[in-house]
Design a protein. Structure first.
Length: 490
């Protein structure tokens, strides 16, 4: 009978505690306060908390509050003796995450456990702050993030950014003009976010990689959020008009986020705390903050894996051609081959057939690489490279796409995931590379990082980073392949 009563008590408590995150700051307001194992005096005392002990209130049950201390210890206290935290300031506003991945914690200190993570560009609703910690509301509930890793944005209810939408069909042609008579410049997969610059029967849209084109408006579904631009240089001028002849209104530091309100040639019209103005587009990185829990669309779950697909992996350089060489002596050809073998293992584990242009440190001509790709019956080619520049300050990731339909969307998927690792975004581009121009299958060439940059080279020397970069390639390739299968069956 005692066991039954205890079980019922546990079940009662469980029903009263919300499964969503909760994090309301408080402080002990009495000389000594018992922390108990449950909501009532019949429960065991597990600790005694002195006056002014900071707490986070997790849940309530009648007159009792479930709390967590700064050491991560949880329990129940009599609610009358928990006062509001005096240093907590209620200040509703919006912020945008400006790092690749940011921890959301149970309380306002690194000693509190991590509840989850949010991604770069994600929009967070701030309810208040305690010092340098912000209480935010996400899809999971309330938690805390550090203010150093977010940037302020203009409140969305001011409607200052151009509207956002997502592609609602399997594949959507992005054209150079408003009509089917204009050439296709890319194919967008279902769920791709776009900023709508103008709309009629054909909508002029901006992609997160900076590409601009036209799509049929009926194949877009509106979503809430803001079209944001993040400053990518050390100091960038905002001017009163779209050109260097216009007066400078203010200067933005690297990482500052502004809302996109329009486009004029190469200049982006923005709105931020400094008001409205124009910034040269090449100095911005675009991020569409939809406020959704995931910055990237989920991979379709079609059950059959990749067993029906063939992928060609081309490790760049090799043999007498080492490619770029870092100051440490790390050779690009070796890094490319290591990454390629890791990617091969992941794809084969998922059921795909993989063809490698080289498996050892040998040299191949460009014609040989193209012939392998075209003669393999493959669904796609990915050429693995790393970059170099005469200026060692240059860093980041860059992706090039081929001319065959599907190449752009494949490249965009890989690129977004590489940028999410914290690498500078150097764009998704085209180039006159043989493996991109002469292949008959969708093809991309990835330049994960710069061996000429000391920080990037350090990353490329780390096994853990290579695993992350390869995972970025694999997830995007898998999503693209499964999306292609779905398009064929729609």
């Amino acid at each position: 009978m005692k066991r039954l009563i205890a079980l019922l008590a546990v079940l009662m408590i469980a029903t009263l505690v919300s499964s969503a995150w909760a994090a309301t700051p408080g402080v002990v307001s009495t000389a000594m306060l018992n922390l108990r194992s449950g909501p009532g005096q019949a429960f065991q005392v597990v600790a005694t908390l002195p006056l002014a002990t900071p707490l986070v209130v997790l849940a309530e049950s009648g007159d009792w509050k479930q709390v967590m201390t700064t050491t991560g210890r949880t329990g129940w206290v009599f609610g009358q003796f928990v006062a509001d935290e005096p240093s907590f300031v209620a200040e509703p506003r919006n912020v945008s995450v400006r790092v690749a991945s940011l921890n959301v914690r149970q309380g306002p200190a690194t000693s509190y456990p991590v509840l989850g993570t949010v991604r770069e560009g994600q929009l967070l609703a701030v309810t208040g702050h305690m010092g340098s910690w912000l209480q935010v509301r996400t899809a999971g509930g309330l938690g805390f993030v550090h203010a150093d890793f977010v940037a302020p944005v203009v409140e969305p209810d001011q409607d200052v950014s151009v509207p956002l939408a997502r592609v609602n069909v399997s594949l959507l042609n992005l054209r150079s003009g408003a009509g089917t008579q204009f050439p296709v410049i890319a194919r967008l997969t279902r769920g791709t976010p776009v900023a709508v610059l103008s709309e009629d029967t054909w909508a002029r849209v901006l992609l997160e990689n900076g590409a601009i084109g036209f799509v049929a408006r009926e194949f877009l579904s509106p979503v809430d959020g803001q079209a944001l631009a993040r400053i990518s240089a050390e100091s960038v001028n905002q001017r009163s008009g779209p050109g260097t002849t216009f007066p400078v209104l203010t200067a933005h530091p690297r990482g500052q986020t502004v809302a996109i309100t329009g486009l004029s040639g190469d200049w982006v019209q923005v709105n931020g705390r400094a008001g409205s103005g124009f910034i040269l587009g090449s100095l911005l990185v675009f991020s569409f903050a939809t406020g959704e829990e995931d910055a990237l669309p989920p991979t379709p779950n079609l059950g059959a894996g990749l067993s029906r697909f063939t992928v060609v992996i081309d490790p760049g350089h090799g043999g007498r051609d080492p490619g770029a060489i870092a100051a440490s002596g790390l050779r690009e050809s070796d890094v490319n081959l290591t990454m390629s073998h890791k990617l091969r293992a992941k794809l084969e584990a998922a059921g795909a057939t993989v063809v490698m242009t080289r498996t050892t440190d040998v040299g191949l001509t460009l014609a040989e690489r193209v012939a392998i790709a075209n003669g393999s019956g493959a669904d796609l080619l990915v050429s693995i490279h790393n970059n170099a520049h005469t200026n060692p300050q240059i860093s980041g990731t860059q992706t090039f796409h081929g001319v065959t339909d599907g190449s752009f969307s494949l490249g965009l998927g890989v690129h977004r995931r590489l940028v999410a690792l914290g690498l500078n975004d150097r764009g998704v581009l085209t180039a006159n590379f043989a493996v991109l121009q002469r292949t008959t299958v969708p093809a991309i060439l990835t330049e994960t990082a710069f061996l000429s940059n000391p920080q990037n080279a350090g990353l490329l020397a780390q096994e853990s980073f290579l695993d992350q970069a390869v995972a970025a390639h694999f997830e995007a390739i898998r999503e693209w392949l499964l999306g292609t299968r779905r398009a064929r069956t729609d």
